[in-house]
Design a protein around this ligand. Structure first.
Ligand code: F6P
Length: 465
């Protein structure tokens, strides 16, 4: 079997320094099983380019990281990746702040990644690149003569061509993905949007059911919904429920029903809309007042970017308004926390909660939704209220699916979830859990890598006359 080289912006070094985002959580088990290299940014900003990558060896995996310069961090990470690609790929053209300087920084850092990566590359390595930070990586590798099998997986949504074409310089960036052998998406919708873009905007011809001819090669497109380690997470939650941390939370609840939301502080997560829905719920279903507590755990994220500061302010104000309006001396309707919690603490809280609120305005998959399901006690499960705009809604269709823009509809769903009879809760949970075991994290990685490796080498595939 060829050596696996994973490349992503964040690297989940098992030294406690990495913050576990969805991407790191997904990649780690695949690499742990197979071994190989995980290459990416150290998360550090250096004064000058030393050119020296740092390597940490752990459990068959070499974690190789490079630092970014301040200008790289500004233009590549805060700039083009998170001020332009992130909003646009989440359907928010209105929030994109494009500059040519940032675009230049984006390509420069991708080039810098390649220059460092190729020092450790072998010709028969299989390279798996992750997410929107590194879209041009294969093109740069190809231009420098690398013929490796290279796959790309987009963890976040791919919007329709009508939105993608609003991305300045999309003609340079999106077709660059065709230098990969396989481009993977979370859902059918994302894959179809990309295919439509290639067919209509780039004018590429179809190659079989799942590919397109591009220059002298074929790019294959696949759907690989990312999963969680379902059974391991269930075990974690079962253990976590009796930890001191969860016991303390329970003791503080005075037998009230727990509603939980866990999201990075990001406008794509629909947190203000969700809070408005909770406010509606308290207004329209007054019998629940004093009987529920909503806990929203929201670690801060990308704090140098204005939109993130704005959303932080808005959420803070909304929390204040709700507690001010509905709170009593003996009851706080909403607890809002910016501190990140360990996976074990979250697993325990999910298991204890009666309702999980996962209502992003747009999300590639959303692993909180899947972890919430995995954490439930099958005999007495809580209910997931899930946005139909999260990738997870396709598989977890037995959740209460909602439109996050419809605060009244979400309020009704919260009321329904809290009052749902045990039989219905069990039925819904069983259906969702079965979907998660059919497609858990190991199968996700195996399916992607299996597909990537099954194709004949790129250079032997030719465009028909
Ligand atoms: O899922 C998208 C993503 O950008 C991941 O790459 C990352 O794990 C997570 O969001 C957190 O974002 P950031 O790396 O910008 O802190």
């Amino acid at each position: 079997m060829s050596r696996l080289v994973v490349v992503s912006n964040r690297v989940g070094i098992p030294d406690g320094s990495a913050r576990a985002g969805g991407l790191e959580v997904s990649i780690r088990p695949a690499l742990k099983k197979r071994g190989g290299i995980w290459f990416g940014w150290s998360g550090k900003v250096a004064e000058e380019r030393t050119g020296a990558a740092k390597t940490v060896e752990h459990d068959k995996v070499s974690y190789i990281t490079i630092d970014l310069l301040k200008g790289d961090y500004e233009e590549f990470y805060n700039g083009f990746a998170n001020r332009v690609l992130w909003p646009i790929l989440h359907y928010r053209l209105d929030l994109a702040e494009f500059t040519r300087r940032d675009l230049g920084g984006y390509f420069r850092v991708n080039q810098y990644f390649v220059e460092n990566l190729e020092r450790v590359l072998r010709p028969d390595d299989v390279i798996w690149v992750h997410d929107y930070h590194l879209m041009p990586l294969a093109q740069i590798l190809r231009e420098r003569g690398h013929k490796n099998r290279i796959g790309f997986f987009l963890h976040i949504p791919c919007p329709p061509p009508e939105i993608l074409t609003g991305l300045p310089n999309h003609e340079r960036l999106i077709p660059a993905l065709c230098h990969y052998d396989l481009v993977g998406f979370q859902t059918e919708n994302d894959a179809n949007n990309f295919s439509r873009y290639l067919a209509n905007e780039v004018g590429l011809r179809r190659a079989g059911d799942d590919g397109f001819y591009y220059e002298d090669r074929v790019v294959h497109i696949g759907i690989f919904p990312v999963g969680v380690e379902t059974e391991a997470f269930t075990r974690l939650a079962r253990r976590a429920i009796s930890t001191q941390f969860v016991s303390d939370v329970m003791a503080s609840m005075s037998d009230r029903a727990l509603i939980i939301g866990v999201d990075r502080l990001d406008y794509s997560k629909g947190i203000p809309e969700r809070l408005n829905a909770y406010e509606r719920f308290l207004a329209n279903f007054p019998d629940w007042r004093g009987l529920v507590t909503y806990l929203q755990i929201t670690p801060r994220s990308r704090t140098d970017i204005r939109e993130y500061a704005d959303i932080g302010r808005l959420v803070g104000e909304t929390v204040g308004r709700i507690n001010g309006t509905f709170g009593e001396a003996s009851w706080t309707p909403l607890r809002y926390i910016n501190k990140a919690h360990s996976r074990s603490s979250l697993a325990g809280l999910y298991r204890y909660a009666r309702v999980g609120l996962v209502t992003p305005l747009r999300d590639g998959m959303n692993l909180v939704a899947k972890e919430f399901i995995a954490a439930q006690d099958p005999d007495d499960p809580g209910v997931l209220v899930l946005s139909r705009f999260a990738g997870a809604a396709r598989e977890c269709s037995a959740a209460l699916l909602v439109n996050p823009y419809d605060s009244e509809g979400v309020a009704i769903a919260i009321n329904r979830a809290l009052g749902m009879p045990l039989e219905e809760r069990r039925m819904r949970h069983q259906a969702n859990y079965a979907a998660l075991t059919r497609n858990d994290l190991t199968q996700w990685a195996e399916r992607f890598l299996g597909r990537l490796e099954e194709h004949v080498p790129a250079e032997t595939e030719t465009r028909p006359a």
